[in-house]
Design a protein around this ligand. Structure first.
Ligand code: B12
Ligand code: SF4
Length: 604
């Protein structure tokens, strides 16, 4: 019924259009190769999001087989990002599975044919204009073309050049779709519509139906996010890196955050386990639970505030995952730091469960016999209380944001002691940021160094993200405009990151010579004079003490740090009831309140 070139011989599907053995699939789903690969773990994709295309050789040398992907017999993709798998699952409610295919970009020609009506692309970060990704390519000189963007553009060009292009619509979705809307690259990339939202929505299904009927579709559509846990679907096929959703939303309400705009939902364990089993069945050995904050799972919409983690529920969930036969590796995704201060025993017990299956090794940091480590992604964002109050006032709850520096240091201490070495993001160039704010963040970073604490620090330049409360705000836009202190913060973070890699005799020398060579060759012109001394500090050409004496850098002032006991003592009385005694450090008020409650219940 919907075919423009009907084949009278072909059978009719339940939706009323003609099937054709060689006419292509009705709906073809795909994603950029660099986002689909299930190779070498998270870090390769993160590197490809940040390195410019001219540095692709570095990736090729380190991972010569990264382009080798696996197929099913029919040529479809063995693994795809979780987003693609969910679109596939959502559509399968309406269309026959034989009408839908998920394939790698190189296989598009096999599946796009005269009866194809939709080519749908899921993308995480197609243009590299999001935080962290854009900044590093721009330091190296090309702000628009990280490796991932290059491959995304190549994919769009391939679809645009299809001989059947007039017959189908190109619909884009996924967490990076907004980049197309914001840069208005519809024409250039050959995109008809960008969907902002989840594929489960009936609005998404209506959009696909319209496209299949070859009706006009809007350029942009915002679809509703499901509000209850049962409306979120789960893939029953293999996902890239074994990603399975654990929660949506967050609840800490940082102003710059996109995922926090979604409702706070923790997904049912049986469905999570179903998706884990599906991954294992299809040959995946790794699982990773996608979340904004792993610690809210099991404590969403209960009588206890979500920022007091549900220890038993979390241990049960993670235990079931790593004990699933076939799961050989498990990787953490995002978390927050305050729960480590609230419940250190939870961190310890999670380590006992998770370390044996962690593929991450930090030989110079870990005390685990096999040097294994856990590395969740955690937002530090700023060390300035003034800035934190403005942009992330609830980031450290149950602790007041005034104690943010102590929460970070204390949380990191607990984590490091249990072999958690998180990757922590920092935002440089927030709107209205002053030198004082940067100095406060440097104070915190130097204090981390003095205390021998380790986190992999990822500074990125403030990017106003769509729909957030900071969408209209402007921070620094070019690396040349960064102040000396902003540069110093970035370079100090990277210098500290390299600490565990510098134990070989050649390590420091290689970095020193490499970075100076790079500066002479390219970077001094690109990044301007404010970059010079921070780079010299990074390269270790002059000691930090000497550079500070010369007035070229700021080496931080000691900060007053509250211990865990002191932090707990700052909690509001009504919060004390949610603390657990086995962690110790409880303030006297906790015991008084408990005795009072007991006396009251006896009296009743
Ligand atoms: C797992 C993950 C990763 C993994 C794996 C990614 C992968 N290829 O599978 C790794 C670690 C590699 C990664 C890397 C990066 N990530 Co990431 N990642 C996530 C995380 C935790 C989960 C993503 C996920 O699979 N979710 C589950 C699926 C089901 O959700 P989904 O993809 O959004 O799909 C739904 C909808 O978007 C929609 N949909 C999806 N595709 C399509 C297509 C069509 C046609 C339609 C209609 C609908 C649709 O329907 C789906 C639900 O039904 C999210 C946070 C989050 N909770 O989403 C961050 C997140 C998406 N990542 C983020 C960032 C910043 C990055 C990096 C840039 C970080 C960096 N600097 O290195 C890189 C970029 C990587 C790249 N290739 O370019 C940001 C935002 C990205 C953005 N564009 O704004 C997020 C939101 C994290 C955050 N809190 O800030 N990431
Ligand atoms: S803690 Fe992280 S996920 Fe939660 S609102 Fe803040 S930035 Fe977003």
């Amino acid at each position: 019924m919907y075919d423009t070139i009907p084949n009278p011989e072909s059978p009719i599907s339940k939706n009323g259009y003609h099937k054709s053995a060689d006419g292509g699939k009705l709906i073809v789903l795909t994603a950029p190769l660099t986002e689909a690969i299930d190779h070498a773990g998270y870090f390769i994709q993160m590197a490809m999001a940040s390195l410019p295309i001219w540095m692709e050789g570095v990736i090729n040398r380190k991972y010569p087989k990264w382009r080798e992907v696996e197929h099913y017999k029919d040529g479809s993709a063995k693994y795809m990002p979780a987003g693609v798998r969910l679109v596939e699952k959502s559509l399968s409610r309406v269309y026959e599975s034989d009408d839908i295919v998920s394939c790698y970009p190189d296989d598009l020609e096999k599946f796009i044919g005269p009866r194809t009506r939709v080519v749908a692309v899921s993308t995480h970060n197609p243009l590299g204009v999001t935080f962290a990704a854009g900044v590093y390519t721009s330091i190296f000189g090309s702000s628009k073309m990280p490796i991932n963007s290059h491959y995304s553009r190549e994919l769009f060009a391939k679809i645009k050049g299809s001989e059947y292009r007039d017959n189908f619509k190109v619909i884009v979705g996924g967490s990076g779709g907004w980049q197309i809307i914001q840069t208005d690259l519809y024409e250039e990339l050959g995109i008809d519509c960008v969907v902002d939202g989840r594929s489960e929505s009936t609005d998404t299904l209506d959009l696909f139906a319209k496209a299949i009927r070859q009706e006009e579709i809007p350029r942009e559509i915002v679809v509703k996010h499901p509000v209850d846990r049962d409306s979120i679907m789960f893939p029953d096929t293999r996902t890239t890196f074994g990603v399975v959703e654990m929660t949506t939303g967050c609840g800490r309400r940082c102003k710059f955050c996109v995922p926090d705009l979604n409702p706070q939902i923790d997904l049912p364990k049986d469905k999570i386990m179903g998706a884990v089993l599906a991954n294992v069945r299809e040959g995946n050995k790794q699982i990773s639970l996608a979340t904004e904050d792993m610690f809210i799972w099991g404590q969403v919409h209960t009588e206890i505030p979500f920022y007091f983690p549900n220890r038993e529920a979390l241990l049960d969930l993670y235990g079931s995952i790593v004990d699933t036969p076939g799961v050989e590796q498990h990787v953490l995704s995002h978390a927050t730091i305050a729960p480590a201060v609230v419940d250190p025993i939870l961190i310890k017990e999670l380590s006992n469960i998770l370390l044996p299956k962690s593929p991450i090794h930090f030989p110079y940091l870990s005390s685990h016999p096999e040097k294994k480590a856990l590395a969740p992604l955690i937002g530090l964002e700023t060390g300035s209380i003034k800035m934190a109050k403005k942009v992330m006032a609830s980031k450290g709850v149950p602790f007041a944001i005034d104690h943010w520096q102590s929460v970070v240091l204390e949380g990191l201490r607990v984590m490091n002691e249990n072999n958690w070495f998180p990757a922590m993001t920092l935002i440089v160039g927030n709107p209205d940021e002053t030198d004082e704010d940067n100095m406060a963040t440097l104070d915190l970073i130097y204090e981390m160094e003095r205390r021998g604490l380790f986190a992999f620090l990822i500074p990125s330049i403030f990017t106003p993200l769509h729909d957030t409360r900071m969408e209209m705000e402007k921070g620094v836009t070019k690396t040349r405009d960064l102040t000396p202190l902003q540069w110093q913060l970035m370079m100090k973070c990277w210098k500290m990151n390299l600490r565990p890699g510098q134990y070989s005799w050649w390590g420091p020398t290689a970095w020193r010579l490499g970075s100076i060579g790079m500066w002479l060759y390219k970077l001094r012109k690109l990044n301007g004079p404010n970059f010079t001394y921070p780079l010299l500090m990074f390269a270790g050409l002059f000691s930090e003490k000497r550079l500070a004496k010369m007035g070229k850098i700021y080496t931080g002032k000691p900060i007053e740090v509250k211990s865990r006991r002191e932090l707990l003592a700052t909690l509001k009385p009504k919060m004390l009831q949610y603390l657990r005694e086995d962690n110790g450090d409880l303030p006297d008020e906790y015991f008084t309140a408990k005795a009072d409650a007991k006396a009251e219940s006896v009296a009743v």
